[in-house]
Ligand binder design. Structure first.
Ligand code: URP
Ligand code: ZN
Ligand code: ZN
Ligand code: ZN
Length: 472
């Protein structure tokens, strides 16, 4: 049935205006004043904003990691995402060296098929580059629509790839039209510092932060940027946590390198002192890169405001405090790395960013949705409110005041890292391709209704680069 959303204030990355939205067959078919509701279901959005559905570029659902598996899967994770105003996620598909990439992708389809309640795509981890991998990449892009590759510069002996792998991935990505993503920390130095700390009997959660210094995130970010410049390729740095890394990205952008940066709500709001909470509670705040000294938060906010960082990912990678995080009692290096943020990403940026005057309303939409869609080949089908696009719409009440808590969240973990945080604003109803997933704050979606999305190549809508001086 047709739907008309009446009297909402539409917010895109460019504009803010009041109009009605007609939805037919999952698509926005008309935007205008006083649209007729004849033959359509009328939905009143008076006093609410209409945002394009949030797009979370960084999730790890049902992912084996740190000797366990992340707690939220494609069912609980996408339901929580929807409650939070996110209608598309891009999850990281892990690969195993020596195994066909298509097997890994098949595994990820099996996890998500029949479970996801919102649309989803995959990024593909590249752990090695050899003939077999290079032969498979064209099909990964053309058949699977996976147009972003992830290289880990940290997690030595687990996920870490070497410099040659990163450089060759950048070259292949440039040729094929993919965006390379990096986890930028120097895994070798971190591995050494971790061994030293443990030898000295320093086993508490705080040593997770102290053995992963910001200098080593800055160094890896600068190294990856230099490789990108040399390969004349394109790079997206995930989860930027500190001034050192943000500065390297800004510097590379000034030098004309095609590089983009993502931060996460946890780095904007929480700081290193959380890892010192007593009774092992610091383990709740263990993820990588680690939380930093508080002053970094101003640098990150400013980078979002000025466009030096462009997106916000959740880095959703949830583990229960009881039963999973405690694998690292007595040895911080065994605490599974990650936290639960898929649900609160959008609301936290609205409340702490827009309401506190740090970013504009249109910047908020760009950071949580539009820019992500453009970088990852989803735009303009997703990432905006316009005629002809998917009706992925969040009806958002900007006045509600509430307190974030594990008591009321929808993620399947036993704690919330933002416990007690008071926020203003909340999604009231959320539509995915014109169907309600959340209606008046209740889940009304269907398991498996989320579709796998094949994404366009990087820069598909841009002019090709015209000058190339070096070929590899
Ligand atoms: O600690 C984190 N961030 N866990 C998820 C994996 C990653 O590095 O993004
Ligand atoms: Zn990472
Ligand atoms: Zn991650
Ligand atoms: Zn041109």
């Amino acid at each position: 049935m047709k739907k008309v959303i009446k009297n909402g204030t539409i917010v895109t990355a460019a504009d803010t205006y009041t109009a009605d939205v007609l939805i037919e067959n999952g698509i926005i078919s008309l935007i205008g004043e006083n649209l007729s509701t004849q033959g359509a279901e009328a939905i009143d959005a008076e006093g609410c904003y209409l945002f394009p559905g949030g797009i979370d570029p960084h999730t790890h659902l049902e992912m084996p990691f740190g000797g366990t598996v992340t707690k939220d899967d494609f069912e609980t994770g996408t339901i929580a995402a929807a409650f939070g105003g996110t209608t598309t996620i891009i999850d990281f598909c892990l690969t195993n060296k020596g195994e066909p990439l298509k097997d890994a992708i098949k595994t990820w389809h099996a996890k998500s098929n029949d479970k996801a309640v919102i649309d989803y795509g995959f990024h593909l981890m590249i752990g090695e580059v050899n003939d077999a991998v290079l032969n498979e990449l064209p099909s990964v892009i053309d058949d699977e629509g996976i147009t972003s590759f992830k290289v880990f510069m940290a997690y030595k002996n687990v996920l870490q790839a070497d410099d040659e792998t990163l450089f060759r991935t950048l070259i292949a990505a440039k040729e094929l039209g993919a965006l390379v993503m990096v986890h930028a920390e120097n895994g070798d130095v971190i591995d050494y510092l971790t061994k030293k700390a443990l030898e000295q009997g320093n086993t508490d959660p705080i040593y997770h932060a102290l053995t992963r210094p910001p200098e080593m995130e800055g160094e890896a970010t600068g190294r990856a940027a230099a490789f990108t410049g040399l390969a004349n390729s394109q790079l997206y740095v995930v989860h930027v946590s500190c001034a050192e890394a943000a500065r390297k990205i800004a510097e590379a952008r000034d030098n004309g390198i095609d590089i983009w940066g993502e931060t996460c709500p946890q780095y904007l709001l929480l700081d290193q002192s959380y890892l010192e909470k007593p009774n092992f509670e610091g383990a709740k705040y263990v993820w990588s890169p680690p939380l930093r000294e508080k002053w970094n938060q101003d640098v990150l906010w400013n980078a979002l405001k000025t466009g030096q960082l462009q997106t916000l990912g959740s880095d959703q990678c949830s583990f229960d405090f009881n039963g999973q995080k405690d694998l690292g009692k007595g040895n911080f290096s065994k605490i599974p790395n990650g936290g639960p943020f898929i649900e609160d990403r959008v609301s936290v940026l609205f409340s702490e960013g827009v309401k506190k005057g740090r970013i504009s309303l249109n910047q908020f939409v760009d950071i949580t949705s539009t820019r992500v869609a453009k970088l990852f080949g989803l735009y303009p089908k997703k990432g905006t409110i316009a005629v002809g696009v998917d009706a992925d719409i969040v009806i958002f009440d900007p006045t509600v005041e509430r307190t974030i808590s594990a008591e009321t969240h929808h993620m399947s973990v036993d704690y919330n890292a933002f416990e007690g945080l008071k926020v203003t604003g909340e999604p009231v109803s959320v539509l995915s391709r014109g169907e309600f997933v959340i209606r008046d704050k209740k889940f009304v979606g269907k398991l498996g209704a989320g579709r796998y999305v094949k994404r366009a190549k990087y820069g598909a809508n841009k002019h090709a680069k015209e000058s190339e001086t070096l070929t590899f």
